[in-house]
Design a protein around this ligand. Structure first.
Ligand SMILES: Cc1cc2nc3c(=O)[nH]c(=O)nc-3n(C[C@H](O)[C@H](O)[C@H](O)COP(=O)(O)OP(=O)(O)OC[C@H]3O[C@@H](n4cnc5c(N)ncnc54)[C@H](O)[C@@H]3O)c2cc1C
Length: 339
């Protein structure tokens, strides 16, 4: 990697985000990234730019301005209809070299995970994946990138002081969704796909949409999650009935998933989903850091546990001490009586 001196570093400006515009719709995480970028740009005294690559993206640009973009680099091309990591990487490499952003934020979605390590390699800079916190060192513009390390046992703050741009990915629902400012305007910079961008890239012959009947924890407003205390698949049947009763989805700790009591798509935490629901009800989950990372931004956390000293019980807004196999049926009975 090429180490930059202070003078070189000063030629890099502005916070960029990469917006996901597959199929013409913006992935919600793109707005969350803009919210995070806005905060950093205020501290750094610079602008927020976002790069929108796709086909038929014109209708989305307004919402990107509303959520915090000052400038949008829009590349609208038929060849960007389906995600092609090589092609997008070539375009982004060219744009980064041309405009020299100081920071580039991208979503830790399957798309982002395919794209940005490739980009970081091409432009010879560092990348911190799955950040849970982003701050700026106002002295020198270093991005302070916080993420779990060593199996989640510690939180590490990483800086790539001598390299620019500084690149980080953030999982969906880790950063808060910004309040859109309707009517907010900005500048659109139109760029095109150049012939050299499309050289030596794979050709996408077709795409098949996957429609699996699987839980969608990201869209749930209420999650009822069970841990080792559920004791088996039968325990999860109780949680499912409770979740259905209150209009929620069922989540789980890794202990429950590893035991085969419930399928992996339900797992929440460092190696599962990250959720940001209005209500999170943790039933017999002790709240180890690897689990908390995936749900600690939920608005109201309710915990049920026989032990009131666990990290989850301490974190909870409402901590209920007792046996969940007695409490949950009692709550359901009460709901039935009040209905
Ligand atoms: C690299 C790595 C990644 C990991 N990723 C994840 C992850 O993504 N998600 C995740 O969840 N974990 C993850 N883990 C595992 C994590 O460290 C914990 O082991 C796990 O979260 C514990 O699950 P638990 O809280 O269900 O079980 P426990 O820690 O055993 O807690 C069970 C709780 O149930 C309570 N209890 C028991 N009986 C009852 C009852 N009848 N009524 C009420 N309460 C009761 C107990 O008091 C206890 O607090 C990871 C670990 C590593 C090393």
């Amino acid at each position: 990697m090429k180490v930059l001196d202070e003078l070189d570093r000063k030629t890099y400006k502005n916070v960029w985000t990469i917006s996901e515009c597959t199929g013409g719709a913006v992935h919600p995480v793109s707005y969350e990234l803009l919210g995070a970028a806005r905060k950093l740009s205020r501290e750094r005294g610079c602008e927020v730019w976002t790069v929108a690559l796709g086909h038929g993206i014109g209708g989305n640009l307004e919402s990107l301005f509303a959520c915090g973009a000052d400038k949008i680099i829009a590349v609208d091309d038929e060849r960007l209809r389906a995600f092609n990591d090589e092609l997008e990487c070539h375009i982004l490499e060219r744009l980064v070299k041309k405009y020299r952003p100081e920071i580039v934020l991208c979503a830790a979605t399957s798309r982002g995970r395919a794209l940005v390590p490739r980009l970081a390699g091409k432009i010879r800079t560092g990348l911190t994946a799955d950040c849970t916190g982003l701050e700026i060192d106002t002295e020198n513009g270093d991005l302070l990138q916080t993420r779990p390390a060593f199996g989640g046992n510690i939180m590490a703050t990483i800086r790539s002081g001598e390299y620019r741009p500084q690149m980080a990915t953030v999982r969906p629902r880790v950063m808060p969704m910004p309040e859109p400012e309707v009517g907010r305007k900005g500048e659109i910079i139109r760029e095109t796909v150049r012939p050299e961008d499309a050289l030596n890239v794979k050709e996408i012959l077709g795409t098949i949409e996957r429609h699996e009947a699987t839980v969608n924890l990201s869209d749930a407003r209420i999650i009822v999650a069970g841990g080792r205390a559920m004791k088996g698949p039968e325990g999860f049947k109780l949680l499912e009935a409770f979740a259905n009763r209150i209009g929620g989805a069922v989540g789980a700790s890794r202990a429950a998933v590893d035991n085969g009591w419930i399928a992996y798509p339900h797992q929440i935490g460092q190696t599962g989903a990250t959720v940001q629901t209005d209500v999170y009800i943790a039933c017999g989950i002790s709240g180890q850091i690897q689990h908390l990372i995936g749900m600690q931004s939920c608005k109201t956390i309710i915990a049920i546990d026989i032990d009131d000293t666990t990290p989850m019980m301490k974190l909870a807004d409402i901590a209920v001490k007792g046996d969940l196999f007695a409490i949950i049926p009692a709550v359901m009975k009460e709901l039935d009586e009040r209905a």
